[in-house]
Structure formats: structure tokens, C-alpha cells
Design a protein around this ligand. Structure first.
Ligand code: GLV
Ligand code: GLV
Length: 310
């Protein structure tokens, strides 16, 4: 029996399998633990089931000499110092695959919502402002036959590309690995009507979409970010939307995150922001919990994690 901590309440069956084998302590707060609270909670823990809101950094790792396994309840692992954990012999796991289609659905929902102005026009109905049908009212941008640029095409990017193909879109992909229709980022930005971000957050992708990138995009283009907020420079995006460098943006992730209601970015036109809900379907969050528990159980039993991160 090992001491394990779970950093948020996880109302999914999988947790029972962890409780059956280990001593489990769950953080009960509605908000994530602060770094100090996380240290207190993690003291003496051999396993951590962590969220993307927890910094599993050098300081935390050093404060947990017993730690053997970190299972992140996410596919992204930018909240974890994976290199340092690995150096310390701590196994790290994530939840790839199970959330691919659900996140791609959300990316496409944002793409459709922004291009056809769903959120603003629906809001106007609720405000009692639907006076009449107008010939040039609520004009948006066509999705069908448009060019969709996928930045960083991994599993989720490819799933979004498939959805685009279903809408008759032309697909461009940029990314480091050459082949199968890859173009340079510059070419993708210049040619795409929709640019959808699917790269992990790394030192190379932080701020990838800043002023220069936004100015390379078409003025009619729409930016979709379901990757990580820090891939986009928020201030540059605010400026770009206000000055009309691009036509709109749909964000599931932001910098900072959460984005406070008074943040200047929210004053920009043609912007739809949802609160990091890419993987939030009943079925997918349940599968992510199962996968994180499987990772933790394996590592604590001295076996390789089924979904390791290196
Ligand atoms: C969500 O953002 C994830 O990384 O799973
Ligand atoms: C729109 O509703 C139309 O009939 O063109």
C-alpha cells in the first residue's frame, strides 16, 4: 500500500480501483491547491494523480523524496518538469488518445461558432434585439471549401483535419516532421482561412502566434486555439483583433488561465472564449481518469506505465 494523492475531486469510477490498492487522499477544494498546499498534501506521497493546474516542478519533486509516479489527468504535460522527474527516477504518465476526438469536436465547434457568429447572434436574441431578418445581418465566413491550417499536427490536429475534410476544406499542415503535405508555418499562415493550433507548449512554441504571425495571416482569417494559451501572445491577439489583422478567434485556452472577466482581451471584437473544456465530455473525462489510474497502479507496482511520458 502506497500513499497516493489526487489533486482534485474526481467523480469517476476509476478512483475506486486506486483506493482498493492504495491509501488515497483527495484534495477536496473547489479550487486547485496552491503550491504550498500541494506540498503539504504531497508530503510522503509515492504517487500523485495530478491536474494540468498543478505545477509538478523541481521544488515539489524535491519536497517529495518518496515520490515514484506522477500520472497527469491530461495529455499535455507542460505543468510537469518531466526532465527532472525522469532524472530522479519518477515515472510520468499522461492520457493521450482517449481525448483526441472530443477535443477535435470542440475545436471544430469553436471554428463554426466564430465563423458563423453563433455566440454573439444568439446573445442578441436573448437581449431582445432580434428586430427583423436583415439582408446583410450577421454576415460571417464560409467554412466549406475554405483552407484549414493545422499547426503541429499530432493526434488531435489530424482529427480536426478529418472534420475539415468532411466540410470540403483544403487542409494544410505545418510541423517539424517533413512529409505528407507539410508546409512552412509562414506559408500556412499566409494561405489559411482558419488556423487551428495543436502543438504542445514547449520553449519553441511559447508565443509562436505573436504580432508577426498574426500579420502574416489573412485579414479574413480566424484563429482557433485548443492547445495551450501561452502558444498565443494575448496582447498581440487583442491588438490584432482590434486593428483587423485577422477576422476572429476562438479560444479554449488562454494566457493567463483562467482569464479573468475584466481582462483586456475580452474587450476585443469577434472573440469567443470557452473555459478550457476541450476534453470535457462525460465519457472522455471518465476514460482519462481510468487511464491516469492505470498509469499510477502500474508504476506503483514497479511496472512500466501504459502511457508513459519521457
Ligand atoms: C488538456 O488540455 C489536456 O492536456 O488534456
Ligand atoms: C433564408 O432563410 C432563405 O430562405 O434564404
Amino acid at each position: 500500500m502506497a500513499r497516493c494523492i489526487v489533486t482534485r475531486k474526481l467523480p469517476f469510477d476509476a478512483l475506486e480501483r486506486l483506493r482498493a490498492e492504495h491509501e488515497v487522499e483527495v484534495w477536496r477544494g473547489a479550487m486547485p491547491p496552491s503550491p504550498a498546499e500541494l506540498r503539504g498534501l504531497a508530503a510522503g506521497a509515492e504517487g500523485i494523480l495530478s491536474m494540468l493546474t498543478d505545477a509538478i516542478d523541481r521544488g515539489l519533486i524535491d519536497a517529495c523524496p518518496e515520490l515514484r509516479a506522477v500520472a497527469n489527468f491530461a495529455v499535455g504535460t507542460d505543468n510537469i518538469d518531466v526532465a527532472y522527474a525522469t532524472e530522479r527516477g519518477i515515472a510520468v504518465g499522461n492520457t493521450p488518445g482517449v481525448l483526441t476526438e472530443t477535443t477535435a469536436d470542440l475545436a471544430f465547434a469553436l471554428l463554426l461558432a466564430v465563423s458563423r457568429r453563433i455566440v454573439e447572434s444568439a446573445g442578441s436574441v436573448r437581449q431582445g434585439e432580434w428586430w427583423t431578418w436583415e439582408p446583410a445581418g450577421w454576415l460571417g465566413h464560409d467554412v466549406h471549401d475554405a483552407t484549414l491550417g493545422i499547426v503541429g499536427p499530432g493526434l488531435i490536429g489530424e482529427a480536426v483535419a478529418r472534420r475539415g475534410e468532411g466540410f470540403g476544406m483544403r487542409i494544410l499542415r505545418s510541423g517539424r516532421e517533413p512529409g505528407s503535405g507539410r508546409v512552412s508555418l509562414e506559408e500556412l499562415l499566409a494561405e489559411s482561412d482558419f488556423v487551428s493550433l495543436h502543438c504542445p507548449l514547449t520553449p519553441e512554441t511559447r508565443g509562436l502566434i505573436g504580432e508577426a504571425a498574426l500579420m502574416q495571416m489573412k485579414q479574413s482569417a480566424i484563429l482557433i486555439n485548443t492547445a495551450r494559451g501561452e502558444v498565443v501572445d494575448s496582447e498581440a491577439l487583442r491588438k490584432g483583433l482590434e486593428l483587423g489583422w485577422i477576422a476572429g478567434a476562438g479560444l479554449d485556452v488562454t494566457d493567463p488561465e483562467p482569464l479573468p472577466g475584466y481582462h483586456p482581451l475580452l474587450g476585443a471584437p469577434n472573440l469567443t472564449v470557452v473555459p478550457h473544456i476541450g476534453s470535457a465530455s462525460h465519457a472522455t473525462r471518465g476514460r482519462m481518469a481510468a487511464m491516469a489510474v492505470d498509469n499510477l497502479l502500474a508504476a506503483l507496482a514497479g511496472a512500466p506505465m501504459p502511457s508513459p511520458v519521457r
